[in-house]
Design a protein around this ligand. Structure first.
Ligand SMILES: C[S@@+](CC[C@H](N)C(=O)[O-])C[C@H]1O[C@@H](n2cnc3c(N)ncnc32)[C@H](O)[C@@H]1O
Length: 236
């Protein structure tokens, strides 16, 4: 079973959307498990403090190393990756998600306030992972994003494995446009080729569209795709 531990000071927000739809059904079926310890339970003072003022001054509060260290030690007793959700981290990609989904699970640490005491990152071998170049108020939503992306890749979770093979990022391209009935909607029709029944032509049209969308919208992905295509490998 793929296991996710999420360390947070807001355990009540879980499972949230992870309890619905594909992820929720997969959890109920035992494909994955979620354990959400409350970091506050590892505080040592009567106020159950998890944060303190920043050394050197400045705004906000910083999550305490001693409290977090104890929380991590209690949760991470195996070899699963320990990931700190952080805007400073390595951007999360589909390739990384695939690697995480094929492992035993993850231990995720959710920051709050101005972040966490830097010493915990080295002291507990945390890897910083970002879900994008913007700042959230806490790591909980980022943790849900990471878990959702992993869980849908677990064996048996998605209905049709073929849908995964063609979706965005799998081949380093964005996905082609999708249509369904009605055939005509507000004067707009489904592209003729998709109604032709010619699977070769349909595949070629989809590939051309996937390449066009990637080239137009994501020059960074397009450049990476071209260089992988030329070297004949998929490395990232
Ligand atoms: C307000 S943020 C702290 C931002 C920090 N002071 C900085 O400037 O890098 C609080 C917490 O939200 C989470 N967080 C914010 N943005 C994130 C992102 N883009 N990806 C992952 N986690 C994020 C992290 O856990 C972070 O410790």
């Amino acid at each position: 079973m793929w296991r996710a531990n999420v360390l947070t000071i807001f355990p009540d927000v879980f499972p949230g959307p992870l309890g619905a739809s594909l992820a929720g059904k997969a959890m109920a079926a035992g494909a994955w498990s979620l354990d959400v310890p409350d970091i506050r339970a590892f505080a040592s003072d009567k106020h159950r403090s998890v944060d303190d003022t920043p050394a050197g001054g400045g705004p906000g509060m910083v999550m305490k190393a001693d409290v977090l260290g104890r929380a991590i030690d209690a949760a991470a007793t195996d070899q699963r990756p320990r990931l700190l959700l952080s805007p400073r981290g390595t951007p999360l990609t589909q390739l990384r998600v695939e690697a995480l989904a094929s492992g035993a699970g993850v231990v995720l640490i959710c920051g709050r306030f101005e972040g966490i005491d830097e010493r915990v990152i080295a002291g507990r071998s945390l890897e910083e992972v970002s879900i994008g170049d913007y700042v959230l108020s806490g790591g909980e939503i980022a943790a849900m994003v990471l878990i959702d992306a992993c869980v849908r890749l677990l064996p048996g979770v998605m209905g049709a494995p073929a849908s995964r093979a063609e979706e965005s990022f799998t081949e380093g391209l964005l996905e082609y446009p999708q249509y369904t009935r009605p055939q005509l909607w507000e004067g707009l029709s489904i592209p003729e080729v998709l109604l032709s029944g010619d699977h070769g032509k349909i595949a070629a049209w989809r590939r051309t569209e996937a390449e066009r969308l990637t080239r137009e919208r994501r020059p960074d992905l397009w450049a990476a795709f071209l260089s992988r295509f030329r070297s004949g490998s998929r490395t990232g």
